[in-house]
Structure formats: structure tokens, C-alpha cells
Design a binder for this molecule. Sequence first.
Ligand code: ATP
Ligand code: MG
Length: 563
Amino acid sequence: MAEDKKEELKLSVSFIEQFIIDDIKEGKNNGRIATRFPPEPNGYLHIGHAKAICLDFGMALKYNGKCNLRFDDTNPVKEEVEYIDSIKEDIRWLGFDWDEREYYASDYFGKLFDFAVSLIKKGLAYVDDQPADVISAQKGTPSQPGVLSPFRERPPAENLDLFYRMNEGEFEEGARVLRAKIDMTSPNMHMRDPIIYRIITAPHHRTGENWKVYPMYDFAHGQSDYFEGITHSLCTLEFEVHRPLYDWLIDQLKTAEYRPRQIEFNRLNLTYTMMSKRKLLELVQEKKVSGWDDPRMPTLCGLRRRGYTPESIRRFIELIGYTKVEAINDVSLLEHAVREDLNIRAPRVFGVLDPLKVIITNYPAGKVEEMEILNNPEDETMASRKVPFCNELYIEKDDFMENPPHKYFRLAPGAEVRLKGAYIIKCESFKKNEATGIIEEVYCTYDQSTRSGEGSEKKVKGTLHWVSAKHAAMAEIRLYDRLFDREDPAGQKDEDYRSFLNPDSLKVLTGCKLEPSLKSAKPLDKFQFQRLGYFCVDYDSTPGHLVFNRTVSLKDTWAKMKK
Ligand code: ATP
Ligand code: MG
């Protein structure tokens, strides 16, 4: 990354932090810091949410504050308990904790209703009998004032009576709404008598049939912040235009000096990625992916299954920082972050994805040697393991060529290569199926004096990974590519995003051969398959049928771009 870019990131990280530092210095709220992460339980968390989580929980941790988990469950139609459980699991996995502070906007339905009643009594809210489309048309445009509703001057007593009856189920959905009475000429459209309550007849997952009226997001969110004593309400930029309404409502509610402060930052957008929960839900429902945790999904559970670590995600979030400008981040930076983390964490092993049999003709047929191989040259504490070597091995098909080009340092007729951690071998001949042209076996001799670690002076240019054919574990390996083949699949407004789905985003290899130490690998265990990339055991894996996901290849396009 360019140095000036780094500087910019560092500055941007601190803009929210600077507000917090200043507020502490000024003694605002007695120096108390309280934040919240407010997911709506209508889908699984994605990497965009991780950006918000790292900030909300991170700032609280850093400044001795507390961060609440608050489910913003104000829409009974779209919300499900399954989502609540997954959200909690994912936040914990990312490394954050809310102790006992698990709250629900629905806990405040009573208080919110009372607040609405108080606004009605003060003449600051009225029941509007017009349908939604008429109300919307009357709103005008930013340059044209709105039209006053014919119900705007309804007397408080009548509004109160109607609002109670709305909540008793007397009217149908959409028949009436409650609106705040603010300013139909405001240049801010959100201040033009916004709807604050609507009728919904569907039962709520927590409050059941208790309520027939439900608060709108804007009416629930800021007030929930207030009820919980939140000091810094951090949210994404699209809420900037909602801030005057947020503040107006807090003004009506507040009874002391304390008030929560809303600060906005830019959303995370990623290239080749779709981040909207609604669209991710469509992909799941239409079976375009195997589920919310499909390893191609940008969800936290998908990334986890793919082999991402929480550390790599937190590191990525740190790298991109927080700014006031919408942007789209390169997904290769995320891949770079996981590669760096797995480089330290993942033991190296041998796996052959596309096997070609090699027979060492001068190696005794019944003999097996245990080769001692380092697990991670980057980390000596990871020790070493024994890998069996015998006269029948597998190498990658593309590590052999019958007619190699110049500077091909792998195996070819007459050529020599080192088998990593074992011996130097020389190709003497091969067997080719003349009908198909496929090379079926390669015959080699080994040089007994070249065993790794025993000081042989002989040098060859190529080193290959290999697996003993007699000891290999069989595996299915799933290779992933980007789910979308457009850089900005969400940005093409007049084309359906489904047409940008990459038809080659999943490739399943069967009959792969792995070194036998992998037979005991458990789901989510992570490895570097030497020369190939980082791989993670899938949940579908069993001791008899190993399944691995490729997290990321070894080649770092991001590191290349930096040069
Ligand atoms: P989506 O648009 O994907 O449906 P949302 O904003 O409706 O997401 P919420 O559950 O309401 O999802 O989000 C909870 C919190 O996470 C909010 O504070 C929101 O601002 C933040 N958030 C959601 N998406 C992103 C993102 N892409 N980048 C940063 N923060 C995000
Ligand atoms: Mg939302």
C-alpha cells in the first residue's frame, strides 16, 4: 500500500476516535463511554457488519466503556430467532463480548408507546388516515415544500383516541399511521412529518400479539440509545440525513443533560461482492448458494467455513479504516489479510489435487521411510511431522511434461527434481495412453545419497510436493472463485445482479491425495498445502471422506499491486 494511502487510513481511523477523546476530555457524560451494535435480526451478519462491530466494541474496549448488543427487532414480519442465534455466535467468534447486556428494541415497545402518547398530547404527533402513497406524494421534493395533510390539525384528544384504537386492532394494516408533526417545508425530507408508527398485524417473535402498532426504525433507534444511556451511536453514512430527526426526537425525550451523539462512517463495500442482506437471502432461497454459510458468501459464517480467522478479518478492518467517503474496497486486500495470518498459523502439509503416479524403479518395493518434515518454517514451535515415503508416489499432473518448454524446472523425460523433504529423482520413462494422449505413469530412479537433511551437495532447480500412494488419504477438494464476475455487481442498477453470478465460482475436485497425517483433521482445521494455497476442513468432512475448502491461493495479487 502506498505510504500516503496509509497516512490517510491512519487519519481516518482516528476521526471517530478523536470525537470520543474530545468528549472524554470535555467531561461529557462524566467521561462515560457507551456504544451499541444494533443488528436487525433479518439475516446473517456479513463482513460489512464486522466493520461496525470492530468499531462499536473496539472503541468501548479501548476507552473503558461498554458496548451493548441490541437487536433492532421492530419489524415482526422479517425477523427470526435463527438469525438472533447466528448473530450472537458470529460476534463471539469475531472476538467480542457484551456480557449480560443483550437488549431488544422490543423491550422498549411500552416506553416508546408512552413517548408517542406524550408527543400526541403535546400536539407534536397526529394520526393520518391517508394511504402511504398519498402521504409519500405529499412530501414534495427537497426544493419544493410538502403539502400539509388534511389530518394535520386533528385535535390531540382525537389523535389519542385513534392511536389507542389502532393498537387495539380496530383498523387494518395501512389504514392509519402516526406521524410526528415537525416541518413540511424542511429541506430535510426526513423532517417532513415522518411516519413514526404503523399498524402490523403479524405476531412478533418476542411480544407475540401484544402490539398492533410498531415503531418505525427512526422512532425506535435513537430512543433505544437514550434508554440505554448510549453516549456514541456509531452508524453508517446513509443515516447522516436522519440525524436531525434523531436529535429532534431526543430533544423531546430528554430530561437531563445527557444525550447520545450519532456519528456516521462509510459502509464497507467490496469488489466482486454483494453485501445487501435482502439479496443474500435471495441467493439462499433460490439455492444459488448452498446456504448462508456457503464458503463463497461474504457472511461471517461463510468466511469462517471458508477458513478465514477472526484475526484476519479484524486486521482487514484495521487496514481499510473509517472515513466519511463512500468507497469500494478491493477484495484482494481481504485475501491478503487472511494469507498473512494463515502464513503464521497454518502448518504446511502435502496434498496432490490432480494426481499422477510416479514409480521409483530402484527403490525397494516393500520399504517405507518416515521423512521428518518441518510443519512451519516460519514458526519453529510448530515442530515437525513424519511423512511416509515409498516406491509409489503421487505428484501433480502439471508437474510433469513430456515436451517441456525452456526453463521448465519440474519433471520431464531425463530431468531431475527434488521431492521436498525426501530425495532427488530422475525421470527415466513414462507410460502414455496412445488413444487419449494421457500420461498414466512416470518411471523414475532416486539418488540414495540425496536424502534431505543429510548434507548432499547435489542441487536441482525444481522442488515438488508429493504423497505416498500406499498411504495417501483420499479427499474431495472444493475450489472457490469470486461469486460474481463483475467488480461492482450491486452498482449495475438496470441489470439483474443474478446475471453477474460467476458460473465457475465452485469447482469440486475428487480423488485428491493427501499425506496420511490429515486423516485425523477436524472441521475448521487449517493447513497450507505446499505450493497450492491455504485449505480448511469443511463441516461435511468425515474420517472416511475428507472434504477441504480452499481458503485462498498462495499467490498474492494485492502484494503484487503494491509494487
Ligand atoms: P443490509 O443493508 O446489508 O441489509 P443493514 O444496515 O440493514 O444491512 P443492520 O442489521 O441494520 O443491517 O446493521 C447493523 C449495523 O451494522 C448498523 O449499524 C449498520 O450501519 C452496520 N452495517 C451494516 N452494513 C454495513 C456495512 N456494509 N459496512 C459497515 N457497517 C454496516
Ligand atoms: Mg438496517
